[in-house]
Design a protein around this ligand. Structure first.
Ligand code: NI
Length: 395
């Protein structure tokens, strides 16, 4: 196996960190990633890639031809979050109210590192490499846009990999898991309609607040009474809005929430129960419920063969002791859309280091990554590319 990428990645560590800090200082929200995309596209062109900017110039699809006929895709996401970063870091976000609080800055920098390594070793590149730098992972399903724009075609991609930095995993551990690793997600909207009136005369009203309270409590029975105890699901109501005065019973209450499952079948069951419970509980109180359920991402399901390939490469680079089996998470990822179309794996790179304060949760204003392990991501991704033809058994 070609392990030259590891040495090259080590040498490039500072460069990868400086790219990451630049992206970190100038975060862009979903579908606004023009600055990031243009930096990425310019570097890839310099390194000899065939580069296509996505529509709206917020995504990049790049190709480096190999001498063989396998095609490997690698994806990074580029978007930031509407969060105000904590004070005190020299590379703190320069854009108020926006922050790379999920590590997508690191993903972009690591994939650039891998891209540079692949271009340095291109004489020996057998598999064709497709790089996908996508916008809008955070709720915008940027993956679907990239797929529509041909990210997996011409030439047809055999397999796809992506890495997510993971603060829950110790720094430098490579997290590999077969099967479901992240959840299917969806949005819940429930509008409960009653009949408003005076707070002193509830008997003359139909109180949507009482009906909504009963609905929230009854929804808790889906996970506890309907789901196989060895399966997983979450039903969360995160927002309730209704009424504006202490002595007025309102006409309506609007509730919003999310459902999460590790399997598509379970998702259908959860959705059916949410609808049934909300409607029937509302009607038991004389009210009515209008339920809207919208799937957002499918579950992220890693192909066992693709995970095995990543494991072989990761062990060759970092040794068996640095491989970890991460817990699945009820978080969602639009990487799942690529995995619905081609086999592949979503790999976690541990960046949690209590000494450096990088073990705080993703999407927190204090989120940060342990930059000293980012070279590992670049090494792993570029090694996958350089060795894919040896490991991928489908011709
Ligand atoms: Ni993320």
């Amino acid at each position: 196996m070609d392990t030259r990428p590891l040495e090259l990645a080590r040498q490039m560590s500072n460069e990868i960190i400086s790219w990451r800090r630049d992206f970190h200082m100038y975060p862009e929200l979903a579908y606004e990633e023009r600055r990031t995309s243009s930096i990425v596209a310019q570097k890839l062109k310099e390194w000899g890639y065939d580069v296509k900017l996505g529509s709206g110039e917020v995504g990049v699809i790049a190709t480096m031809k190999g001498s063989g006929h396998n095609v490997l895709a690698i994806r990074a996401d580029m978007d930031a979050l509407p969060i105000e970063e904590v004070e005190g870091r020299e590379y703190r976000s320069r854009v108020s109210g926006k922050m790379h609080a999920c590590g997508h800055d690191a993903h972009t920098a690591m994939l650039l590192g891998a891209a540079k390594i692949i271009s340095l070793l291109r004489e020996d590149l057998i598999s064709t490499v497709r790089l996908i730098f996508q916008p809008a992972e955070e709720g915008g399903n940027g993956a679907l846009k990239m797929i529509e724009e041909g990210a997996l075609d011409d030439p047809k991609v055999d397999s796809i990999y992506g890495i997510h930095v993971w603060s829950d995993l110790p720094s430098g551990k490579i997290g590999l898991r077969e099967g479901p690793i992240l959840a299917a997600t969806g949005d819940i909207t429930i509008k409960v309609r009653g009949r408003g009136g005076h707070g002193a005369h509830p008997d003359q009203t139909i109180d949507p607040i009482v009906a909504s309270s009963a609905i929230v409590l009854s929804l808790q029975s889906i996970v506890s009474r309907n789901i196989d105890p060895f399966d997983s699901a979450v039903v969360t109501i995160g927002s309730i809005q209704g009424g504006s005065a202490f002595n007025v019973i309102p006409e309506t209450v609007l509730m919003k929430g999310t459902y999460r499952t590790m399997r598509k079948e379970t998702r259908e069951l959860v959705k059916a129960r949410i609808k049934e419970i909300a409607e029937k509980v509302a009607s038991a109180y004389g009210a009515s419920a209008e339920v809207t359920l919208k799937d957002v991402t499918p579950p992220t399901i890693n192909n066992p063969e693709a995970v095995e390939i990543a494991r072989k490469v990761a062990i060759a680079l970092f040794g068996e002791n640095n491989i970890a089996l991460p817990k699945p998470s009820m978080g969602g990822e639009d990487f799942s859309y690529y995995l619905e179309r081609v086999p592949g794996a979503f790999i976690l790179l541990g960046t949690g280091n209590p000494q450096k304060g990088t073990n705080v949760p993703h999407h927190s204003p204090a989120f940060d990554v342990d930059e000293d392990v980012l070279y590992m991501g670049s090494a792993l991704l570029s090694s996958l590319a350089m060795n894919f033809h040896l490991l991928w058994r489908r011709e």
